[in-house]
Design a protein around this ligand. Structure first.
Ligand code: ATP
Length: 414
């Protein structure tokens, strides 16, 4: 995983030191391809997923959310072609199915089943349920965030290629005549998400996947590649999967998965699939945010997270730790803000400079200091605080109400 500028090593070490990502089962020596997310990592992941869910499910009238089971009837994976074909070549030239096998039930009754290798399968098998209960008109989509498992032969590059990971997927159902227009819309939407989450757009490159490289059912696929510190690699995929999946599940389940509107002949909808990985987003966000600079004559490392994804939105400090009246006022401001914005922290450890550096390193966009003027030493400044901007180090004086307004509007994201 060595990179020319040591960037990856720095990110991995920061992630461990500051509690973003740990090796899975670390005290047992780890377990290749599995990672545990610490307090800041889970917050960052959660913020990424919330942004996706808000943007692609909640804020749209044509989208339906879903949370399907990880273990599905194995017939679904036979129909989708995964049992026969979800294989990677091993170094000695044999092919190896990367679906994780498990068994369900006891003794002779036990059935072989699989941990899902993608969330999409759960969406296709629920197509009819959503149509029957909501009667949506085409085009419409179903979105899902959830774990997926692949027994990758060579897990590598930190969380980039994991054996347990999470996907954020949409299956967007369209009329066959609409696919090009909708494909284009989703392409733009993916870029808009890339921007909202704070991934450096200049490092994202679209790769038109050649006919010979594409999955047999796909008529068009674009890979969104990102310049990771270890090279240009797939971040997301956007595919036009035709009616392959619904037709295959209709044939295999013998259920009618067609769609019709009044006066029209029934047909199987076609599908556009924007597929996004949570861990690859996480890593691209970190790589985009990692910055080294000099502030006030001192070198520093900071994460330039967009406020919407930052695990900590603001840190509240009393100027001095040993002045009870400052600590009490800082606690009061902290409690009032925390009620509105839960992802904030209180810190009175060490001097202000050290606290700033600690917060910069985890990407906290704002630091708020309570000083003697807040208490009324200068009556004109009573109940105002200083707000320091992470990127510029600039400070301004604001009332607590103004701070709350600024925090609320800046963390919105979409
Ligand atoms: P790759 O070619 O890198 O193995 P893929 O083409 O198999 O990826 P897809 O099947 O298109 O990946 O999965 C959709 C998305 O899920 C990917 O764009 C990626 O964001 C994520 N993803 C796939 N495999 C992994 C993995 N092993 N670890 C983390 N994320 C993954």
């Amino acid at each position: 995983m060595e990179t020319s500028n040591g960037m990856m090593e720095k990110i991995v070490s920061l992630c461990k030191r500051r509690g973003f990502v740990f090796q899975g089962s670390e005290i047992y020596g780890g377990f290749a391809g599995f990672w545990d997310y610490g307090p800041l990592g889970v917050a960052l992941k959660q913020n990424i997923k919330n942004l996706w869910w808000r943007k692609f499910v909640e804020s749209r009238d044509d989208m339906y959310g879903l949370d399907a089971a990880i273990v599905m009837n194995p017939k679904a994976w036979e129909a989708s072609g995964h049992v026969a074909g979800f294989a990677d070549p091993t170094p000695d030239g044999k092919s190896f199915n990367t679906m994780f096998k498990t068994s369900v039930g006891a003794g002779e009754e036990a059935t072989v089943a699989y941990l899902r290798p993608e969330t999409a399968g759960g969406i296709f098998v629920n197509f009819k349920n959503v149509v029957d209960s909501f009667h949506p008109k085409l085009p419409f989509g179903i979105g899902q965030i959830g774990k997926a498992f692949r027994n990758e032969i060579a897990p590598r590059d930190f969380v980039f290629r994991s054996r347990e990971f999470e996907q954020m997927e949409v299956e967007y159902f369209v009329r066959p005549s609409q696919w090009e227009e909708k494909f284009e819309e989703w392409r733009k939407e993916m870029f808009s998400f890339i921007d909202a989450v704070g991934i450096n757009k200049d490092a994202v490159h679209e790769l038109e996947v050649e006919d010979t490289e594409r999955a047999h059912y796909s008529k068009r696929t674009i890979d969104f590649e990102f310049d990771f510190p270890f090279g240009r690699k797939e971040l997301y995929g956007l595919a036009y999967r035709t009616d392959f999946d619904l037709s295959a599940h209709a044939a295999s389940s013998t259920k009618d998965l067609s769609y019709t509107e009044e006066g029209e002949e029934a047909f199987i909808p076609h599908v556009i699939e924007p597929s996004l990985g949570v861990e690859r987003t996480f890593l691209a966000v970190l790589a985009s945010a990692y910055t080294e600079d000099e502030l006030g004559g001192e070198k520093r490392v900071y994460l330039k997270f967009k406020p919407a994804v930052a695990p900590v939105k603001a840190a509240i400090f009393p100027l001095l730790k040993n002045k009870p009246e400052l600590v009490a006022k800082a606690q009061e401001v902290y409690q009032a803000l925390k009620k509105e914005i839960p992802q904030i922290v209180f810190d009175d450890n060490g001097n202000i400079g050290k606290r700033y550096r600690r917060q910069d390193e985890i990407g906290t966009p704002f630091c708020i200091t309570i000083d003697f003027d807040t208490l009324g030493e200068n009556p004109e400044l009573k109940d105002t605080v200083t707000l320091r901007d992470r990127d510029t180090g600039e400070q301004k004086r604001l009332t607590v109400k103004e701070v709350l307004e600024l925090l609320t509007s800046s963390i919105k994201g979409v």
